[in-house]
Design a protein around this ligand. Sequence first.
Ligand SMILES: C[S@@+](CC[C@H](N)C(=O)[O-])C[C@H]1O[C@@H](n2cnc3c(N)ncnc32)[C@H](O)[C@@H]1O
Length: 211
Amino acid sequence: MRGWLYDRLVAGMTTDWYREVLVRLPDGARLLDVGIGTGAALARCADVVRAKRLDVVGLDIDADYLERCRTEMANADLTAQVVPVLSSVYDHEGGPYDAAYFSASLMLLPDPVAAIAHVAAQLTPEGRVFATQTFHHRRSALLERAKPLVRHFTTIEFGRVTYEDDFRRAFADAGVELMELTTMSGTRRSSYRLAVARVGDHGDGRGCSAA
Ligand SMILES: C[S@@+](CC[C@H](N)C(=O)[O-])C[C@H]1O[C@@H](n2cnc3c(N)ncnc32)[C@H](O)[C@@H]1O
């Protein structure tokens, strides 16, 4: 039931986000999907995953979602390409990855800065960090209080209300350069955006600090 509700409320929206990111990846890319959830959004993009021969590790801390994710991957014939892993992003050690992707998952984490830095350290020098999520344009104390409460009605964690300056600061504090913040769609009050960031390299293993 939780997984069913999740697919109705989340994957309907995030499938287009996944597609936007997946089509940007190079053929044969190794992708770390942070917070893969039930995998429904990824499974709906199976055509791209197959065409690009992507190799995906999908992390999540929710065992129920991951069980559903394994079924989704089997139904989409993606078991050879997508490996769901029960792990928090902070504990995961793997890679090197060509990309890490946070779809509606970055700003619900307790420490987004640490999460960005942790995955960035597992990327190739040319690797990219992608994030897609909702941004709110005007600060609203009411919305900031209300959004976390949605979890009590839906069982789904939607995280905190995110504003552009907070989001940019998270990447800057992680020492990862935010190269692009594109609006995919939006209204006067909010927008769905795609962020692309790079780690860079100084030739001594250190990432470059954000501009
Ligand atoms: C709103 S859902 C997004 C799911 C999927 N990425 C999508 O866009 O359809 C956020 C997911 O992040 C997962 N999550 C939360 N904390 C996490 C952590 N520390 N490590 C990995 N995943 C986490 C949640 O369990 C949930 O499945």
